[in-house]
Structure formats: C-alpha cells, structure tokens
Design a protein around this ligand. Sequence first.
Ligand code: T46
Length: 147
Amino acid sequence: MTKEKIKFPKIKVKNSGVVSLQFYNDFPDGNLVIGEALKNVPFAIKRLYFINSLFNKQAHRGLHAHKKLEQIIFCINGSFTLKLDDGKNKQSIKMDNPYYGVRLGPLLWHTMEKFSADCVILVLAADYYKESDYLRNYEEFKKFIKK
Ligand code: T46
C-alpha cells in the first residue's frame, strides 16, 4: 500500500471535517478505496446517492443546509468546488481527491459548483431522504441557526 502524502485543506467551518478513506493505489490494475460504517465513516449509512453527467459548466447544486442530517461528500472522479458556510465562517474547497471526503453536518449551508465534465460526486448519508430536513432559503437558515 502506498500512503501518499496528499494534502487536504484544513476545515475552518463548524459541523464539518475531513474523512480520510483507506486506499490501495499501487496496484497495476487500478486503485481500491475503502470506507467502513462506524469506522472511517463516522455513522451508520442509511442512504447513498451519486451525481454525475455534470456537463453544464454553470450548474450550481446544493444551496441548502440540513437541520439534522449527517453526510459525507466525496469527489470520486474529476473535480468541483464545495462552498461551506456555517452562518459565521465561510470556506471554499476544491474537491479533486477521491481519498478524502468532507463532513456535511447539520446547519451547514453548502453549494457545489465549477464541476469538471467528468466529475462524479458520491454522498453517504446517515438517514433517509426527508424534504422537511432541508433549509432551502438562506434567510430561513440564518434565522434557524439563531434559535
Ligand atoms: C445534499 C447535497 C450534497 C430525493 O427524492 N431523494 C434523495 O435522496 C435526494 C438526495 C434528492 N431527492 C430529490 C429532491 C429534489 O426534488 O431530488 C431532487 C434534487 O435534489 P436536490 O436539489 O436537493 O439536489 P442537490 O444536488 O442540490 O443536493 C443533494 C442532496 O439533496 C442534499 O441532501 O446535501 O446533494
């Protein structure tokens, strides 16, 4: 196994952090990357979804926060920019490394943009889809975090 010294930005916003996956990248026939629930993935996974066909260079996804949901977001191919905002601190992260995910904890406004055409985003979620958990309006989000 080759553990490359790959740098990932330090996370400066609340309710986030870096999740580092185990990887084997010295195989002549390709790489293997592993996440295990309640080990390097810090919750029991109830749902996963992925986003691909990101050919529209102007696309913006996310633009919401969750009230309670815990998720980890990965860029498993290509690249995109993840913007995080905890209501006080903001951070922009270039996601282009399949070995690292970013925790999207509750009350973290997040936006995904600047997708490469080959970008594939994988998200692991701790709960099933519930529209009532979304804060899709920024002013509503700001009011919610003051409660
Ligand atoms: C998130 C970011 C990172 C479902 O019916 N089930 C699902 O599991 C999901 C994820 C979405 N949907 C429906 C809800 C909307 O009608 O699919 C439609 C598109 O969802 P949305 O606009 O929320 O997609 P994104 O890419 O902006 O956000 C997604 C997740 O929804 C969200 O939880 O944190 O990825």
